[in-house]
Design a protein around this ligand. Sequence first.
Ligand code: SF4
Length: 541
Amino acid sequence: MSLVYVSTSIFQSEQLLFTPGTPTPDGLPLIFAFPNTYCVGITSLGYQVVWAMLCTRPDLQVSRLFTDVHEPLPTAPELLGFSLSWELDYANILQILENLNIPWRSAQRTEAHPLIFGGGPVLTANPEPFADFFDVVLLGDGEDLLAQFIDAMQSVRYAARTTQLLTLAQIPGIYVPSLYEVTYQSSEGAISSIHPRSPEVPAQVHKQTYRGNTLSASTVVTPKAAWESIYMVEVVRSCPEMCRFCLASYLTLPFRTPDATQTLIPQIETGLKVTNRIGLLGASVTQHPAFDQLLDYFAHPQHDQVRLSIASVRTNTVTVKLARLLSQHDTRSLTIAIESGSERVRQIINKKLDNDEIHQAAANAYAGNLKGLKFYGMVGIPGETEADVEATIDLMVQLKKEVPGLRLTLGCSTFVPKAHTPFQWLGVNPKAKKSLQLMQKKLRSQGIDFRPESYNWSVIQALISRGDRRLSHLLELTRHFGDSLGSYRRAFKQLQGQIPSLDFYVFQPWSTDQVLPWSHLQGPLPTPTLQKHLSMATDLM
Ligand code: SF4
């Protein structure tokens, strides 16, 4: 990756749906980066929305930076922000810092360097593996938090770096990792304590929750996005189902649903002025109480040419009406997450779904003229046995017989424990690898398109997901060795005796009394509630 390449044509393809402010001459120079290519970054609704919020402020001069293109960059940026939505993109953050001649570690930065801040779902869930790389992390919804962060930064713009950080740390939701000290039982053991380094620093940082009635919608439409010329609308935030492994639900609670007439339809109409491709986003879009009203809106003849894309939907909301509407609007396939074909496993994870509803969803998809149905499954779910894996295989084979005209796909991941969920204390089940192989063998021979996610990369995801600050050394070495799976192995070998083992982070169950790497960061639900949900699951295993 080089930082000499400035593409103007790629930015000229954009249609902006907001009016940028005119920066004042002394506007604070800020680079807002996405640690992946333009195509990936500009398809992130979160990145789009934060960028637009920053650009409307005349007290900032904002330049965008992706791994392949960037706008003209300031010579002396004062802030450099990253939106991180995929764990493994951290390697690109290190690369960007290197290209900008900024030290990787916050401790090595001086007054001459910009403050490095970050936000997004990965950092909100568990920023600790990256804590030494960031000066500031914004935890939670950006709507109000971002403005508070910039206002506070402006108020101490000319102060010393230490004063800036201490001031920022006073704001709820703003986490300054260097102001907390972590101690360990031993170099390879668990954490023994996490304390603020001074009395002015809050002992707990609370993730922020936006309570307004308007969620996000695209601020830019471009043919260069991964979903070409799409206008995205966030229909719901969070999910009320609370499946016990699910970060998309637990981390973003409560479930929020903007008003359809007052908010969603006007947003969609804004999008339809510039494109005919609309994406409805959210963890459980069809659970919006007025979802039927949205379907009726798109069913109107004046919207016949609209191409409608919809995020994964809840299985029991796949009606013939929904399937027909989608097939009439250029969607050929729908995705539903069933997690497992075993009713017992679904009870363990609190997925309120029975097999009859899955069969009915497939029948409805077919009756509504969809060409394909994609299922999401997971293996290695706590309490899962080989019989449960066989139950998933049997279910898919049965469905294939029932709806032979429907192209069936099963995408399958491995259970990865996530911070702030009830399963945060549980490890990855190493038997998952064999389960994926078994499914591959049995499903492909039946003509079912089986798409497993890499087990080995799931292990790395779990490592980062449950990692603590000691991992920063491993991540640096891994980067040095080339970012492959083998690089992680090599880095662990080199650091043996200095940091805990892969087994400790990934596979071992952790005691509910243990100090977690994110114990000082308060998510939506208190720890005793998560423990209660865990014990309800354990009773069923
Ligand atoms: S239904 Fe889907 S989005 Fe909702 S909690 Fe369960 S897995 Fe998460």
